[in-house]
Write a protein of this length. Structure first.
Length: 163
């Protein structure tokens, strides 16, 4: 393969990857176009007259993009949810239930238990200023969010990999 062909192939692959980024879908795009460009969503949620198409890169990815489509089938909002600046305004402690968490963040990377809490802890990976981080949401036995917190994802910490 010539150098020109190799460069052309790299450019085509890069262009296709950019098109497949859910966060780059412009408002006004039709639902059909979204599905054609991005494929089937990882989650679909009916929210009254709005339908949410959710594209999650979990379990190893760090993005969950929610694309809301109105009754006419047009995109009205595109939001990357795993954003530390949004957690405080989005997560409704004491009122959100499992369905609310799933509708906003999708399936967690991991569900675990800790001795200091009676319930489950759901976990997602995300990036903050190029640092690998974790979002933890604590659900009580009735499935109601009791708290959330964030922490460093030590799987990517150079100090732990050198030991």
């Amino acid at each position: 393969m010539t150098l020109f062909k190799m460069l052309a192939t790299v450019c085509v692959v890069a262009a296709l990857a950019a098109c497949a980024d859910p966060a780059r879908v412009p408002e006004g795009t039709s639902r059909a176009e979204v599905l054609q460009k991005l494929g089937q969503p990882t989650g679909v949620y009916a929210m009254g007259p709005v339908e949410r198409l959710q594209y999650s890169r979990a379990p190893m990815g760090t993005e969950v993009t929610n694309i809301d489509v109105d009754a006419s089938g047009k995109v009205i909002s595109v939001v990357q949810m795993l954003n530390e600046a949004r957690f405080g305004q989005d997560i409704k402690v004491g009122s959100w239930r499992e369905a609310d968490v799933l509708r906003n963040y999708g399936r967690p990377e991991e569900i675990s238990r800790v001795t200091s809490f009676d319930g489950t802890v759901w976990q997602w990976r995300y990036l903050a200023s190029n640092s690998h981080r974790l979002l933890y949401i604590y659900l009580d036995p009735q499935g109601i969010v009791q708290r959330y917190n964030v922490g460093d994802d030590l799987r990517y910490d150079d100090r732990t990999s050198r030991e």
